[in-house]
Design a protein around this ligand. Structure first.
Ligand code: NAG
Ligand code: NAG
Ligand code: NAG
Ligand code: NAG
Ligand code: NAG
Length: 950
């Protein structure tokens, strides 16, 4: 080869060369890359000559572009040798590991019982069959059967834990067809499931825990013959949308087809639309796509279309949406299942905007116009001469907030200013933010908010990525090692296609030619990653069920394929080359849940710990975002050992509000409720740190899953039958003219407890949530008979209970609130204790005390001893107990009021009976005479039949 030829070749390679190489292991998401693993190498291109690997790795066939190797422990430099071209070297870390085996699962849906049966087995990725490796197996492979059996014999038993609702599901005792079977209820909101086994070892190896998502099955809409493809304009990059709470559900729009999947592209189908709704040109003009559960929204020529299971519909004027002017649509990117909502019933799930108007979409395709730029201009105090238009919109990391970016310019020739307003759906307020960006007039920025406490976002145009961290105080452009922020200059002038952001703070910027840059949230520089995909491939990022990044490729023949991308290994390799190090060794915490409810009187104690080399002086920074309704205390603890410093930060969050005696209890409660975000981060970090921050939410308010019950009552342990009874008017509080007829509602009142009229009763109130019993309620409560009976009493007097002044009673409370229904006259909102001379008046302290708690020995009893049915409702009276309105109902049937025979009583009764007999005899003589006389002259009067009374 002559020198000129070589130069020509080199030039050609650098211009057209798309050679690159990849590696992979057999475990999903490169979970295990260890000395046991076969690491596959794959060179893509033509001029390959051989692999260059260190001696510590044994390679099968170093001359084959596709081969396998095993390595001993260490970081290994690996690269292919290619004729006339210098290929990139990767540094692959290989560890010895005690984890060799993985869990495999399949799911069967049982619609009759609304359950899902998960079959679980153990497999060894190094010996799995191809079905298992492709995650398409229905039954365990022979090797997995042996392995599973062996583990079962030594006592292994996988248990499914859910992350959100904290439930635990255990398998049946025996293996069935070499699998453990766990039955779970189908749920919509408890999607994250973890399979964990016991610490059982086989061949010095454990089984790795495994996380997956499981909900109600979502069916892919089948392709209908005769339906036509829908796509983006020719030459467009891929557009992608996944369900924030169930990312296995995704849709990809390419320039020739649209694809959907419900299992992270293991299986997929094409989305096609019926002919004659869209013109051919419109069918190929999708400019935005959104997936919300099984609804796909397409934006085509400024009009919104919805494709659901049944049909494709245009959402236009009839749905209160503009037609032809819509420029953008967006939905939430972060999944929050629990949060406190104070004011509204429904939160939006989609935002739609034109240049001048913003619309929110709710379930059932209801759309509402929220605001216009005219109103926003006033809000921002901008002079009316300038032009304000909507630039872009993104939901933030907060469950109830949305951010609007606005363009503002006066002459509108060279530059414009970008402003930001954040809307909180619950407080219904638009709040201008401390954020202004000067950009060229024609630049278009895409914002993405990170999952963070304070608003933090990145924005990108074609060439640069801007960041704005820590409440808009740290703003800039991500810098590269080349000393500038122009990513196009480092990627053959390609432009930014998309940016992937995940909940761990990884930010990966992908150029249209598949060159990628990495940066971590809160860092200011980006690292160029190794090439993974050639520049002609149409690709995009996705996130798997176990929250791992992967790529999807769309091929020209109209097929789509997922490919795993080992982001962390790739990053480690680049960092190894750049000698980048994380300033700390470890940053961890004990905060397992991202959301905590905090009820009155409760506190939340958590800790976070950072371990770093001595003399570097790192700290943990705590930021709290949200209304100021919580107190916060922290204490630090330092320890130095073996050259490392451990800094432990313990935090306590609590609310210090006293609700007793406040004037407007419910609005005071309302004021003190809300969502607080807490963000913890080390004072320094780098792109290579595995964890750079921790965000969690504290919901101060009522956990809707909380409820109370009276111990010993049930709704099912009795036969339900139609049953009416009558309450004598004399026993009713409000003294009606007639007796009250009541239908007993078994569903609501439950099974009554049967007592004799001589027994007394103190209900024991227990607090539960969906995971079971929390505590026996020790605070004050009151009860009332819901039909208004008052023929029961309390055995403690006010004096015995320690009252200094007259206590509140139902009687006095009803008099004070004549206009209110019985259940509203008395409660935590107006409770005043009687134990102080300062509150209330002296009075008759011999009256019964009508407030009960576990320890005051106050019971209800039935002074008249007659039989009857009582339906009581209980209400917690203590204003400092809970944000929830805790009440429950129980019923008591008083029966069998037969006095016990005693010698004295028996003779007394006999005497009385004899006396009665004699008097009846005497009386009847006179009565007879009377009747005889009357009946001679008057007709016989009607006899009345009396109804049985309870
Ligand atoms: C076990 O597998 C056999 C053969 O595939 C099948 O017929 C049988 O129904 C399975 N048993 C259960 C309980 O699933
Ligand atoms: C995905 O859709 C297919 C076909 O509609 C269905 O058989 C499967 O159960 C679905 N999977 C999930 C996880 O919902
Ligand atoms: C690019 O990569 C894809 C997928 O790996 C491959 O099918 C294709 O042939 C490659 N194209 C070129 C030009 O090498
Ligand atoms: C964020 O910035 C706003 C406006 O500058 C300020 O009012 C707010 O207190 C800041 N929040 C935090 C958590 O620092
Ligand atoms: C409790 O009841 C009050 C008054 O009826 C109401 O304003 C409040 O929203 C209720 N609280 C909850 C958590 O349901």
């Amino acid at each position: 080869m002559s020198p000129t030829q070589a130069v020509a070749l080199l030039l050609e390679l650098s211009c057209y060369g798309s050679a690159l190489w990849r590696y992979s292991s057999k475990s999903p998401h490169h979970h295990i890359v260890s000395t046991r693993s076969a690491i596959k190498l794959e060179y893509e291109g033509t001029l390959f000559s051989e692999w260059q690997v260190p001696e510590t790795c044994s390679i099968k066939d170093k001359r084959s572009p596709k081969t396998e190797m095993h390595c001993s422990e260490g970081v290994h430099a690996i690269k292919p040798i290619v004729t006339g071209q210098e290929e990139e070297e990767r540094y692959l870390p290989v560890d010895t590991t005690y984890i060799c085996f993985l869990w495999y699962y399949t799911v069967r849906n049982m619609f009759e019982t609304l359950t899902q049966v998960v079959s679980i087995w153990v497999y060894d990725p190094e010996y799995a069959d191809s079905e298992e490796l492709l995650w398409k197996a229905e039954t365990p492979s022979p090797h997995s059967r042996v392995l599973t059996n062996h583990f079962a014999i030594v006592g292994q038993k996988p248990i499914i834990y859910t992350t959100i609702r904290r439930k635990i599901y255990v398998p049946d005792d025996k293996l069935i067809n070499w699998t453990w079977r766990v039955t779970l209820p189908m749920t919509r909101d408890d999607v994250i499931k973890n399979i964990k086994g016991s610490q059982v070892i086989f061949q010095d190896c454990f089984i790795s825990d495994f996380t997956f998502l499981l909900t109600f099955p979502v069916y892919l809409q089948p392709e209908v013959p005769g339906f036509l493809p829908i796509s983006s304009p020719a030459g467009s990059q891929l557009m992608l949308s996944w369900d924030a709470c169930f990312p296995s559900l995704a849709v990809v729009v390419a320039d020739m087809e649209t694809f959907q999947t419900n299992d992270s592209f293991c299986t997929w189908s094409r989305v096609r639309v019926p002919p004659n709704i869209l013109s051919d040109a419109a069918r190929h003009s999708v400019s935005a796509v959104l997936l919300l559960h099984d609804n796909i929204y397409f934006l085509i020529n400024g009009v919104l279309y919805l494709k659901d299971i049944k049909k494709l519909t245009k959402l236009g004027r009839t749905n209160h949406l503009p037609e032809g002017e819509i420029i953008g649509i967006t939905s939430r990117r972060w999944c929050w299942i629990k949060y406190i909502v104070k004011n509204i019933k429904l939160i939006s799930n989609i935002a739609v905007w034109t240049k001048n108007e913003i619309y929110f979409g709710y379930t059932e395709d209801k759309f509402v116009k929220m605001i216009t730029t005219t109103e926003l201009k006033k809000l921002l105090n901008l002079p009316p001469t300038g032009t304000l238009t909507i630039h872009n919109i993104d939901y933030t990391g907060h469950p109830l907030e949305l951010a609007v970016l606005l363009n503002y310019c006066i002459t509108c020739t060279d530059t414009k200013k970008i402003y930001m307003v954040i809307y909180n759906e619950d407080s219904m307020k638009w709040v201008p933010q401390d954020f202004i960006l000067d950009v060229p007039i024609d630049s278009f920025l895409v914002p993405r908010f990170l999952l963070s406490g304070m608003p933090e976002l990145i924005l990108w145009d074609k060439h640069k990525v801007y960041y704005s961290y820590q409440n808009f105080t740290t703003i800039g452009v991500l810098q590269t090692s080349a000393g500038h922020g122009n990513l196009s200059a480092l990627s053959n002038d390609s432009i930014i296609h998309d940016v992937y952001i995940d909940s761990q703070g990884n930010i990966v910027t992908k150029m249209e030619n598949n060159i990628m840059f990495y940066s971590k949230s809160n860092t200011k520089d980006a690292l160029k990653l190794h090439l993974w995909t050639n520049d002609t491939m149409k690709s995009s990022f996705c996130v798997s069920a176990s929250a791992q990044i992967y790529l999807v490729y769309v091929f020209d023949d109209g097929t789509i394929q997922p490919q795993e991308y080992p982001l962390i290994l790739e990053l480690q390799s680049v960092a190894f080359r750049m000698k980048e190090k994380c300033p700390y060794v470890m940053f961890h915490d004990n905060i397992s849940e991202s959301f905590h409810f905090l009820d009155k009187g409760k506190s939340l104690k958590v800790w976070a710990e950072i371990i770093y080399p001595e003399n570097t002086g790192l700290d943990i920074i705590v930021k709290v975002y949200g209304p100021q309704i919580l107190e916060y205390e922290e204490s630090s603890h330092y320890e130095i050992a073996l050259g490392y410093c451990t800094n432990t930060l313990s935090m306590t969050f609590y609310s210090n509000v006293n609700y007793e005696g406040v004037d407007d209890y419910f609005s005071f409660e309302h004021k003190n409720m809300g969502n607080i975000f807490v963000q913890l981060r080390p004072s320094q970090h780098a792109n290579v740190c595995p964890v750079t921050q921790k965000v969690f939410q504290i919901g101060v308010g009522c956990d809707p899953q909380k409820f109370i019950e009276v111990k010993g009552f049930s709704t099912i342990a009795c036969a339900h039958h139609e049953f009416f009874y009558e309450i004598d008017k004399a026993y009713l509080r409000h003294q009606p003219p007639k007796n009250l007829k009541v239908r007993y509602d078994w569903e609501k009142f439950g099974c009554p407890l049967r007592l004799t009229g001589h027994e007394k009763f103190q209900p024991l109130i227990q607090l539960f949530d969906d995971s079971g019993h929390i505590e026996d309620v020790a605070v004050n409560f009151i009860l009332w008979e819901i039909h208004g009976r008052n023929d029961y009493s309390y055995n403690n007097s006010m004096k015995q209970s320690g009252c200094l002044n007259e206590a509140q009673t139902w009687k006095t409370m009803i008099e004070l609130h004549k206009d209110l229904p019985l259940e509203d006259v008395w409660g935590p909102e107006n409770y005043r204790p009687c134990f102080s001379y300062a509150i209330g008046k002296p009075g008759d302290l011999d009256q019964p005390y009508e407030i009960i708690n576990i320890s005051n020995k106050n019971h209800i009893f039935w002074p008249l001893h007659h039989s009857g049915m009582y339906v009581f409702r209980v209400k917690i009276l203590d204003p400092n107990y809970s944000f929830c309105n805790l009440t429950t109902t129980f019923a008591i049937e008083i029966s069998g009021v037969i006095p016990r025979p005693s010698g004295y009583l028996v003779s007394a009764i006999v005497f009385v009976l004899m006396l009665m007999f004699l008097s009846v005899l005497v009386l009847s003589y006179f009565q007879y005479m009377n009747l005889y006389k009357r009946n001679i002259y008057n007709p016989y009067y009607k006899t009345q039949i009396k109804q049985k009374k309870y």
